[in-house]
Design a protein around this ligand. Structure first.
Ligand code: SF4
Length: 161
């Protein structure tokens, strides 16, 4: 979905958004049942927790500096290919709820996009991506995260929830 502004080769080399620490647990992707089953076929021991109609993978106890990877991450990248969860297809854009209104924010950890001019990031949203994100969230509200204050807000939805 971000092919126009984000080079897939850059993502393949980075993979930062597929590795988490204990403070990022809220940021792990939300899987549909179909995606959960694809992962289970390949990694039967993976444990999931249901979340508002979707699934997130279960994270065990972690030390302060412990890291954990998404179970879909393999040596050669994400095993899901074009079936990646919506969360991952729009990364580093995020959809969050702020005081009863949905907004699209951006994660600063993705240097590739975060260092672009703000106008370019917003323009891309206005070019159809924002509508696509809000529309998907209408049918999959589990992808909407509570607002996290280090995430700059790029665009508010016009209508309140
Ligand atoms: S589903 Fe794929 S792209 Fe998303 S966090 Fe996991 S490995 Fe990364």
């Amino acid at each position: 979905m971000l092919k126009k502004i984000l080079n897939s080769g850059t993502c393949a080399e980075c993979r930062l958004c597929c590795v988490f620490d204990r403070y990022d647990v809220w940021e792990t992707p939300v899987f549909t049942e179909k995606i959960r089953d694809i992962i289970l076929d390949s990694k039967p021991g993976t444990e999931f927790v249901s979340k508002d109609g979707g699934y997130i993978f279960k994270v065990g106890n972690l030390s302060d500096d412990g890291l954990f990877s998404c179970p879909a991450l393999t040596e050669t990248g994400c095993m899901l290919g074009d079936e990646k969860p919506f969360d991952c297809r729009i990364w580093p854009y995020r959809i969050m709820e702020i005081n009863g209104r949905r907004a699209i924010t951006i994660a600063s950890i993705c240097e590739e996009l975060y260092n672009r001019p703000l106008s370019q990031l917003v323009e891309f949203l206005k070019d159809g991506l924002a509508d696509e994100i809000f529309s998907y969230a209408d049918s999959h509200p589990e992808i909407v995260k509570p607002y996290y204050d280090s995430y700059p807000v790029l665009l508010f939805e016009k209508k309140p929830l």
